[in-house]
Design a protein around this ligand. Structure first.
Ligand code: 13P
Length: 245
């Protein structure tokens, strides 16, 4: 089964637009075999989970359970909405909110402990040698998953998102994304057990659209895609769901 994860980021700003996009996405998702996971901004999560019930993810979460943490959204708040997934370590959070590997690690451990599934984003800023996946990808994996018990690894999905490919229209090649997926699985395999590493689902993200989605999802070893701006355009995203099937 292939995964199509829609990261709405902060593109959609009204309930009206969120509802229209969500309904179109849900109708197309209902007719296909892939797992479509919508990750809207926090204010739109209740609409998706309570009114229509489909797989949903949050774009972030705090690691503490409750208390004096102005502005934070906790794990129980998500669980009470039956949210299944959370995106963590996205490069935009690393960049604009200065989230360190240590902070991401705390969030990953807390989210897994609370029973959520984690979509962990990793990726390099630049690629110096054309076809070589930079070591930073393995370093992020090791730091972000440090201390995660092996019994929880099946709840981690990794999204390989090279930063230079995000929002630029310059997607990576499927062959490189496949190499990155192997590298990620090997890294996790070395941390735990080869078999465990090989079982990890790896998505590709970075300028995926209806023109290139099939090249990625049909490539051996790539389990799906994490889509940003194209997932917020109704016609474009429904076309992508239809193509992937
Ligand atoms: P774009 O699809 O807009 O390049 O964004 C990718 C991304 O960051 C998904 O998380």
């Amino acid at each position: 089964m292939k995964y199509l994860v829609a990261n709405w980021k902060s593109y959609i700003t009204s309930h009206k637009d969120a509802k229209a996009l969500f309904l179109a996405t849900r109708d197309e998702a209902d007719a296909c075999l892939s797992e479509v996971i919508v990750c809207p901004p926090f204010p739109f999560l209740p609409d998706i989970k309570q009114d229509w019930d489909m797989a949903a993810g949050a774009q972030d979460v705090f690691w503490e359970t409750k208390g004096a943490y102005t502005g934070e959204v906790t794990l129980d708040m998500l669980r009470n909405l039956n949210v299944e997934y959370v995106i963590l370590g996205h490069s935009e959070r690393r960049k604009y909110f200065e989230e360190s590997d240590e902070v991401i690690n705390k969030k990953v451990k807390a989210a897994l402990k609370a029973g959520l599934k984690v979509i962990l984003c990793v990726g390099e800023k630049q690629r110096k040698e054309k076809n070589v996946i930079p070591k930073i990808v393995a370093e992020q994996i090791k730091a972000n998953l440090a201390g995660v018990p092996k019994t929880k690894i099946h709840n981690v999905m990794v999204a390989y998102e090279p930063i230079w490919a995000i929002g630029t229209g310059l997607s990576d090649t499927p062959e490189n994304a496949h190499q990155a997926a192997l590298y990620i699985r090997k890294t996790i395999g070395k941390m735990y057990h080869t078999k465990l590493g090989m079982g990890v689902k790896v998505l590709y993200g970075g300028s995926v659209n209806s023109k290139n989605v099939l090249e990625f999802v049909n490539y051996h070893g790539i389990d799906g895609v994490l889509v940003g701006s194209a997932s917020t355009k109704k016609d474009e995203f429904t076309k992508m769901i239809k193509l992937v099937g």
